[in-house]
Design a protein around this ligand. Structure first.
Ligand code: BGC
Length: 534
């Protein structure tokens, strides 16, 4: 694909593919990639046997993106269900949002699909408000929701697929948002701890791999700085650029609409509470469950690999700061007990501080592993905050993430190497933690004028996976402690604020034909890879 400035910022597709037009115009550039993709895969000569037999290769989804039926059988709405209802114009095809891809009702059929892919792990999330409709224990437990996840987990185990469960994947119960403002309020920590405790108690006899929170950086920035995700809090004027600008013409994502808030401070407060919530849950699991259940717990962080855009000292320092303001924002407190030095120096009093007691709780509270969502690499350029802009996370790092110049003309051809380098960076910087690649995926824009055959023909996706596995394997040979890789996503599903307009899936869904699932070429390739068929 051609360079999309959006694709260099983060993994979350809200950002990644807002430039739908740019992606569409790159279709012709993809032709060459398609033709050579399959040949390229065999040249790499990477096989399942290159990975240890206890290495997990899996696929992932999240409740809001697949389940639908949020308020059926006693469930309550999440902030995303609320947004789709109250701001239908903000999500394309929002009328389809409440049904997603009907996964709640089709989980048995979907597990057959997962089994057929030959994977040994499945990452999915529990919908908090399906089992606690009011968000807190006091509001009561929805037994039918609990029954559903019990059946799902049992069905996975019966099929020899290991469940990797995300406790919280962007879907805050709307009730807690209304009650005290969600994770902007430190009361969130207790409710998240209670909810996690319930999950461990109910499912921990069978679930041995827990991800506490998915991408706290996305929650903080999209929800509280630029307002494109719930609760849509920000203080940017209507029409202002959210991510990317200036210089002129580089707006990646327009902000808002903003429903109150303070873009300069609230993202940092939100992230602060999410960090403390994760640490509290790790402590809880260690003290109350780990010995008996013998499982593991960690967090999922979005990570981009940043390479200095030029050889200048300024760009080298900019790359370091971009790491600090993204991955380091969470890794440093959870490994070493405090925010990165550069964040403390640059954000100053807008960055909340940890008490001495909190620091000692935090230090070493990453858990047993870190999940890394890796989609892309970027170049880092020194950039002082523009004087016309309000100080906020996107400008606080004095650095700009930009497309990496690439001689091959295919902007994402650098990304697999970026994964290898990122693994090396994480190993050296954070005491060689255990890592799962909890997401890695290739997206294309939905195009309804394509035939079914064209929709299923995605050699570029197969090639993307193979190239990343190849580089991951190299990183492991070089000492990175990686234990699994999960392709994102199993299906073309709901891409949050972008509705169904982006497709990451190995499977295409035909909405006009009772949500029929069709394997794409990439699914067939992945199945062959996992079943060691070549
Ligand atoms: C999120 C996924 C999302 C993916 C692609 C990640 O940030 O965890 O839910 O589908 O990016 O945008």
């Amino acid at each position: 694909m051609e360079a999309s400035p959006c694709s260099v910022i983060s993994s979350l597709a809200i950002c990644v593919m807002v430039l739908v037009a740019a992606a569409a115009s790159s279709a012709s550039a993809q032709v060459g990639v398609n033709q050579s993709s399959i040949a390229l895969i065999s040249e790499l000569n990477i096989t399942r046997d290159d990975f240890p037999s206890d290495f997990y290769i899996g696929v992932g989804t999240a409740a809001t993106q697949t389940e639908g039926a949020a308020e059926e059988e006693g469930g309550g709405p999440s902030v995303w269900d609320h947004r789709a209802k109250m701001l239908p114009g903000s999500i394309p095809n929002s009328d389809k949002f409440p049904f997603a891809i009907d996964g709640y009702k089709r989980y048995k059929e979907d597990i057959k699909i997962i089994k057929d892919l030959g994977v040994n792990g499945y990452r999915f999330s529990i919908s908090w408000s399906r089992i606690l409709p009011q968000g807190s224990l006091r509001g009561g437990i929805n037994q039918r929701g609990v029954d559903h996840y019990n059946s799902l987990i049992n069905e996975l185990k019966r099929n020899g697929i290991e469940p990797f469960v995300t406790i919280y994947h962007f879907d805050m119960p709307q009730a807690l948002q209304v009650k005290y403002g969600g994770y902007l309020n430190s009361k969130f920590v207790q409710d998240f701890q209670d909810y996690s405790d319930l999950c461990f108690k109910l499912f921990g006899d069978r679930v041995k791999h827990w991800f506490t929170i998915n991408e706290p950086s996305s929650l903080a920035v999209y929800g509280y700085e630029i307002g494109i995700a719930p609760p849509g809090r920000c203080s940017l004027p209507e029409g202002q650029c959210g991510l990317g600008a200036p210089p002129p013409g580089t707006c990646i994502v327009p902000a808002g609409p903003c429903f109150g808030g303070n873009s300069s401070t609230e993202p940092y407060i939100a992230a602060h509470n999410l960090i403390l919530a994760h640490a509290a849950v790790v402590k809880l699991y260690r003290e109350k469950y780990q010995e008996e259940q013998k499982g593991e717990v960690g967090i999922v962080l979005a990570a981009t690999y940043f390479a200095p855009f030029s050889k200048s000292q300024e760009d080298k320092a900019a790359a370091k700061r971009l790491f600090d303001f993204t991955l380091g924002w969470f890794m440093e407190p959870l490994v070493f007990g405090d925010y990165p030095r550069s964040m403390r120096d640059l954000v100053k009093e807008r960055l909340p501080t940890f008490s001495a007691e909190e620091k000692s709780l935090l230090s070493g509270s990453l858990g047993n592993f870190v999940g890394i969502n890796y989609y892309s690499s970027a170049g880092a350029k020194h950039r002082p905050p523009p004087p016309t802009e309000k100080l906020r996370h996107s400008f606080d790092s004095w650095a700009e993430a930009t497309a990496i110049p690439d001689v091959s003309g295919v902007s994402n051809s650098n990304w697999p190497q970026g994964l290898q380098k990122l693994m090396n960076y994480v190993k050296n910087k954070y005491q060689r933690p255990q890592v799962y690649i909890s997401e890695n995926g290739y997206t294309n824009t939905r195009n309804d004028s394509r035939s079914l055959h064209e929709r299923l023909y995605d050699p570029h996706r197969a090639s993307y996976i193979a190239r990343h596995l190849y580089r991951l394997n190299k990183a492991m040979k070089n000492g990175a402690n990686v234990k699994g890789y999960f392709y994102w996503a199993l299906f073309d599903d709901v891409e949050w604020g972008l509705g169904f307009s982006l497709q990451y899936g190995l499977y295409y869904i035909d909405f006009g034909n009772n949500y029929k699932r069709y394997p794409k070429l990439s699914a067939r390739w992945f199945r062959d890879f996992n079943n060691k068929n070549y």
